[in-house]
Ligand binder design. Structure first.
Ligand code: HEM
Length: 182
């Protein structure tokens, strides 16, 4: 996994908790925690950090990934400001992830292997994104999608379905309108 994802996860944990929490997670995970954005690191490091976070918070691994992905999106988006500058709502930006944003990511980060997304309209309104990746990080994808909603002040309802027999995870995404301030 590219270091930029670890960097965004670090920023997310610091926002959700603090710097010391991130350092504690690295210690518990037994990883050195020095991640250059352009470097490539073992996926097992990310798993170890998530496992450490489950112990520290009592949340499940999936809950940790959703929460971290949701906060991390803002930091990833900052890496490609010109691409998303013209998006006016969450559906528009989500529609650009596969063919525009992750394509640019592959130019910016040598040997990056972002996941595959398919798109379909949901009957009754909304967007169905089909996620495929050997990394099986559907919960992270759900969190990142929720983060896209936050970026536009929209409340999204994201329903993540169990993987199909050929490994596709559908995310059904419906915008419920402006998020209520809390
Ligand atoms: C907006 C800016 C975004 C940027 C700059 C970005 C960039 C990246 C990068 C650099 C990677 C790492 C690839 C690798 O290590 O080989 C990645 C992975 C990933 N991206 Fe994005 N991404 C963005 C938005 C999103 C959104 C909105 C979603 C979901 C709806 C998403 C889903 C994922 C997932 C789940 C992975 C983990 C790798 C995997 O599952 O195989 N990304 N992205």
């Amino acid at each position: 996994m590219k270091g930029v994802i670890f960097n965004a996860a670090q920023q997310a944990v610091i926002e959700l908790f603090d710097e010391d929490t991130w350092d504690d997670l690295l210690d518990e995970a037994g990883v050195d925690g020095v991640y250059s954005s352009v470097g490539t690191y073992d996926d097992a490091d990310l798993v170890a950090i998530v496992v450490a976070a489950t112990k520290a918070t009592g949340l499940s691994a999936e809950e940790v990934m959703v929460a971290v992905g949701r906060k991390a999106l803002a930091h990833l988006a900052d890496r490609v400001p010109t691409l998303i500058g013209e998006c006016t709502n969450a559906y528009e930006m989500l529609g650009m992830i596969h063919d525009v944003i992750h394509v640019e990511v592959m130019k910016l980060y040598e040997d990056a292997q972002p996941p595959q997304f398919s798109y379909a309209d949901l009957p009754g309104g909304g967007l169905r994104m089909g996620y495929r990746s050997p990394r099986n990080l559907g919960a992270l994808a759900e969190g990142l999608a929720l983060g896209v909603g936050d970026r536009f002040g929209e409340e999204l309802r994201v329903t993540r379905h169990p993987a199909t027999s050929d490994g596709e995870v559908f995310l059904d995404i419906v915008s419920l309108g402006a998020a209520s301030a809390d």
